[in-house]
Design a protein around this ligand. Structure first.
Ligand code: DX5
Ligand code: ZN
Length: 205
């Protein structure tokens, strides 16, 4: 079971220390939540964030979760910055966009909002590396996990499912038992001072 940390709510004033603690705790990857203030009602950070993270974590796997309307523009930018794994939303992506991402050296993943019908994934399954099931409405960290996510995971017809939003130490076991192979943890990863210990608790959950 893999655990990626979303840095949207990382303690920014001690960013370097927090990133190092994630690595020392054994985090499997970093999830970059890219928000354009249009597809979601919030703005986060641009491709520059890759160099900042790479300064501290040169080898760690990165996945750019694009909550943006201009998919091709930002997929290209993140791939040019060295992020291969690009997650885009089924609500606005086309099959041609997915092929574009794969053709320019990326590996496309597809995300699904809580209110979106799972049937919308059908034509994308064979072109993506995995499915990101949103367990919160995208745009902000620190929200509550939406319980209907468990049933939704069971109906996804892809072997590589990741769950993103409101995951914590009390629901992570159920998320994996429902069939997820990977989770994204944001605010719950940074609740305690000792981030390294928290990573370990999630890994052993
Ligand atoms: C929400 C983002 C999630 C979120 C996860 O739009 O896609 O990755 O930051 O943070 P928590 O774990 O705090 O819900
Ligand atoms: Zn995300």
């Amino acid at each position: 079971m893999k655990i990626f940390a979303s840095i949207l709510n990382i303690p920014w004033l001690s960013l370097k220390k927090a990133l190092l603690s994630l690595k020392e705790g054994g985090i499997d990857g970093i999830h970059l939540d890219i928000m354009d203030g249009h597809f979601v009602d919030n703005i986060s950070f641009g491709p520059w964030i890759v160099e900042v993270v790479r300064e501290v974590l040169p080898e760690t796997l990165l996945n750019a979760h694009l909550m943006v309307t201009n998919i091709r523009k930002f997929a290209r930018k993140f791939i040019e910055h060295g992020v291969k794994d690009i997650t885009v939303h089924v609500e606005i992506v086309s099959l041609d966009d997915i092929k574009f991402i794969n053709d320019i050296g990326g590996r496309a993943y597809i995300a699904l909002n809580p209110e979106t019908d799972i049937v919308k994934l059908n034509s994308f399954y064979r072109f993506v590396e995995g499915v990101l099931v949103m367990s919160v409405h995208p745009g902000f960290g620190g929200q509550r996990f939406i319980p209907s996510t468990f049933q939704r995971i069971a109906s996804i017809r892809h072997e590589n499912i990741c769950v993103d939003g409101g995951v914590n130490l009390s629901n992570i076991k159920d998320v994996f038992q429902a069939g997820a192979k990977r989770v994204v943890v944001g605010s719950a990863m940074f609740k305690e001072e000792d981030i390294q210990a928290t990573v370990r608790r999630f890994k052993n959950a």
